[in-house]
Design a protein around this ligand. Structure first.
Ligand code: HEC
Ligand code: HEC
Length: 303
């Protein structure tokens, strides 16, 4: 702000304060009503026959005003509302007060306090953090605020949202893979097959998928289902159907399902495909928080 506008505001503020003080003092004394009746203590205002007494301000009330004005004057000088005076607060020491300087000061303080709590943990490995109860407690709060909506408060997942507490991974469960998932997100691409295989082919390969996890199935269709699988599915799910971290293709042999593992659920997956999205956290959470979360997710499946 230029000197002119600083002065302008200082002058206006001072004049306003003086006016307030003047109004206050001017109303302290009861006016002498020079009519004939010395007993007349009313203001002379009459509303529907009701008269208004002209009493002085109560003393305590008057004093409260005086005290607040004195306070205002001191506050203004120290704040400092009267120009370049370096006030008593730390952020004025670096020059006179501006809202930007105050913000910068407080941000600097916040970063310092974060660093003292997260900083140490950024230097530790995921394996070390798992055994650090305080770090895990902080991480569990970050998880509750950012991840629980989709993965559940205990990380147990639900339909379409993977369980993070078991050892069945779409993209891999070592610290590097988990961190990669968190930083950059994941986008699954399981194509839909109804146009390619038709309802008959879908049914056959469904029976084969059911057989892989030892569920009840139609044995007569398994052979043709297996042929379809080899030709269309093995490239992602693997020839042994054990899945593939690089594609995020689930293991189909373990009877752990991201979507429903029933005949109807599998058919639905095959007809329309599935495209689960894990949102990237890099822009949302800072790297040191993601490091803590990586350790937390890692710890969930280490029993
Ligand atoms: C391009 C790679 C790719 C191909 C080809 C592919 N899948 Fe998938 N499949 C995936 C991915 C990735 C997922 C996980 C989808 C998600 O996470 O949303 C998946 C999911 C599934 C699921 C659901 C598993 C669960 O846990 O709920 C089944 C069942 C499945 N695929 C069967 C098949 C069959 C059968 C074929 C062949 C007809 C096939 N897939 C072809 C990549 C593929
Ligand atoms: C909007 C919902 C949503 C939120 C929020 C979310 N996730 Fe996910 N997450 C998913 C989905 C969906 C998948 C599975 C993607 C797929 O189908 O391939 C996933 C996958 C993952 C995986 C990979 C699991 C595996 O088996 O490889 C990890 C690890 C994970 N999430 C951790 C987290 C953490 C930690 C957070 C909190 C920062 C989080 N997620 C927030 C929806 C979410």
């Amino acid at each position: 702000m230029s000197t002119f506008w600083s002065l302008w505001i200082i002058v206006l503020t001072t004049i306003n304060l003086a006016l307030i003080l003047w109004v206050l003092l001017a109303n302290r004394k009861v006016a002498v009503h020079d009519d004939d009746d010395p007993e007349n203590k009313t203001t002379g205002h009459v509303y529907d026959g009701i008269e208004e007494y002209d009493n002085p301000l109560p003393k305590w009330w008057f004093m409260m005003f005086v005290i607040s004005i004195v306070f205002t004057v001191f506050y203004l000088i120290l704040y400092p509302g009267m120009g370049g005076f370096k006030g008593i607060f730390p952020f004025y020491k670096e020059g006179h007060w501006t809202s930007v300087r105050q913000l910068e000061y407080q941000q600097k303080q916040a970063i310092e306090s974060y660093q003292s709590s997260y900083g140490v943990y950024s230097l530790m490995t995921v394996e070390e953090l798992v055994d650090e109860p305080r770090a895990m407690k902080m991480a569990s709060r970050i998880f509750a605020n950012n991840c629980a909506v989709c993965h559940g408060a205990d990380g147990g997942g639900s339909l379409g949202f993977p369980n993070l507490t078991d050892n069945d991974w779409l993209y891999g469960g070592d610290p590097t893979a988990i961190k990669e998932t968190l930083l950059h997100g994941r986008q699954a691409a399981m194509p839909g097959w109804s146009g390619i295989l038709g309802e008959k082919g879908i049914n056959e390969v469904t029976q084969y998928v059911l057989s892989l996890s030892g569920q009840e199935h139609d044995a007569e269709l398994v052979e043709s289902g297996q042929a379809i699988f080899k030709a269309n599915c093995a490239s992602c799910h693997g020839a042994d159907a054990k899945g593939n971290y690089a594609q995020g293709a689930p293991n189909l042999t373990d009877d752990i399902w991201l979507y429903e593992g029933t005949p109807a659920g599998i058919r639905q997956t095959l007809r329309d495909g599935r495209n689960g999205v894990m949102p990237a956290q890099k822009e949302r959470l800072r790297e040191d928080k993601i490091h803590l979360l990586t350790a937390y997710v890692y710890s969930l499946s280490q029993e």
